[in-house]
Ligand binder design. Structure first.
Ligand code: NAP
Ligand code: HSE
Length: 434
């Protein structure tokens, strides 16, 4: 088997390391030698984290037309050049392995349709949850099930940042920098912290598990970029951890879908996932509840998944299963639950004017929107310094936990709460997964 790797960054150099260091192991498991015949990069002068002969490393994408290549491994990321690389490879008769969830989210239809029409195979295990074999699980190992619910921590960078902030009291900016140094973050880390990367992975899982072809504009997506240590500590005080949680849950023929920082009860497995680990809690109608966990980002865990795909192509397994995966369904009968109808309990945190009448004004607004208060905390010393106001009146932090309310009720209440003069920013609202 002759492959070309496009991109020798964090993941690409990990793939090259495995294939060169463990050549005999992969040959024994596939019955064939897997040779890297070309590796394409942008900057030939950059030092590489792998030991490939300089004769095969090039900055010329034209080598991908080499008829000797069976498989192109796309590891550059993004949705422009990567799209050209993948489509050209398929049209030139090659199979493709990619770790690129952005590409599959934005151009999945085009990529999968082109591959199917040309009788080619696209493998994408590393595109979701790094080293965790969730694509194989959903597409094959659990194929006897209808997935009814899928909840996951799908971004290693965000989980690492939240862990560093909460357990090590690192600042948000220091934690982001460390995630970049460790090779967890996307080339543009905004993709991670704004929730986009996790949401893109959710669209790939939803396509595979529910046959729905969706975009990240179709559901609620929020990132971790405005979370503070105060909220992480408040969550702990109340018996929760905050995680960037992706949810796809069937209610009859409606799919509840969102990706947002969420309070998760401390005793739940999802709450206990730290660092760059990912976890997916999946419920299938036959199997019941299952959990899949492992490193969701980083060089070798991701390379592990990419090489597994290469091995699957080498033995011919992927070519058998790819044509039957639910990737291009026309109609499933399932539609997305409007976001206003999603029902949760909520954590609210305000900076409230320390004067008579404040509490009743807040309670009135919530009451007008039929939102019931489950508990209320107001003791300033656990919540950091009070927010100073321009007219020197004192503000105190206040936390409210609501009973069940819909996103629509909360959105309407948010607007009215924003008009209250007795409240100053921040106004934090996070959903609770009970
Ligand atoms: P990276 O470290 O930024 O590496 C990207 C590589 O692509 C670099 O070697 C770069 O070349 C090369 N490249 C970029 N544009 C190119 C072009 N026009 N022509 C030729 N080569 C080009 O990225 P990464 O972290 O390895 O991620 C690669 C892919 O894997 C992305 O789709 C990412 O979302 C996905 N992924 C990453 C992880 C992770 O933990 N990092 C996990 C799962 C999935 P130079 O080195 O010369 O600049
Ligand atoms: N930036 C991604 C993450 C890489 O942190 O999860 C893995 O897809």
């Amino acid at each position: 088997m002759k492959i070309a790797i496009v991109g020798l960054g964090t993941v690409g150099s990990g793939v090259a390391q495995i294939l060169t260091t463990h050549k005999a192991r992969t040959a024994a498991r596939t019955g064939t030698n897997i040779d890297i015949v070309h590796a394409v990069v942008r900057d030939l002068k950059k030092p590489r984290d792998c030991d490939l002969p300089s004769s095969i490393v090039t900055d010329d994408l034209a080598v991908l037309n080499d008829p000797a290549i069976d498989t192109v491994v796309e590891l550059i990321g993004g949705t422009t050049i990567a799209r050209d690389v993948v489509l050209t490879a398929l049209k030139n008769g090659k199979n493709v392995v990619t770790a690129n969830k952005a590409l599959l989210c934005v151009h999945g239809d085009e990529v999968f349709r082109t591959a199917r029409e040309l009788g080619r195979t696209v493998c994408f295990e590393a595109a979701v949850a790094g080293g965790v074999p969730i694509i194989e699980a959903v597409g094959q190992s659990l194929a006897s099930n209808q997935v009814t619910s899928l909840e996951g921590i799908l971004n290693g960078t965000c989980n690492f940042i939240l862990t560093e902030m909460f357990l090590k009291e690192k600042t948000y900016n220091d934690a982001v920098r460390l995630a970049q140094e460790k090779g967890y973050a996307e080339a543009d880390p905004t993709m991670d912290v704004a929730g986009t990367d996790a949401a893109q992975k959710l669209t790939v899982l939803v396509r595979l598990a529910f046959g729905l072809r969706i975009s990240t504009d179709d559901f609620l997506v929020k990132g971790i970029d405005s979370l503070t240590l105060t909220d992480l500590q408040q969550a702990a005080h109340l018996g929760y951890r905050v995680k960037l949680l992706c949810t796809a849950k069937l209610h009859g023929d409606k799919l509840e879908l969102h990706c947002q920082p969420t309070f998760i009860r401390r005793e739940q497995p999802l709450a206990d996932v730290d660092d760059a680990y990912n976890m997916i809690e999946l419920h299938g109608d036959a199997v019941g509840k299952t959990w899949f966990s492992g490193m969701g980002a980083g060089q070798m865990p991701t390379a592990s998944a990419v090489v597994a795909d290469i091995i699957s192509l080498a033995v011919g397994r992927a070519q058998l299963t790819f044509p039957r995966l639910t990737l291009l369904e026309e109609s499933t009968g399932i539609t997305i639950l409007p976001k206003e109808e999603i029902q949760r309990r909520f954590y609210l945190r305000f900076s409230a004017l320390d004067k008579p009448g404040t509490l009743s004004r807040i309670a009135n607004v919530l009451g007008e929107h039929k939102i019931s208060i489950s508990s209320l905390i107001q003791h300033d010393e656990t919540l950091g310094p009070p927010t100073p106001s321009t007219d020197d009146e004192s503000y105190v932090p206040m936390v409210i936990i609501t009973h069940l309310a819909t996103e629509g009720q909360m959105l309407a209440a948010d607007k009215d709460l924003a008009k209250l003069k007795c409240l100053a920013p921040p106004h934090v609202r996070l959903p609770i997964r009970d």
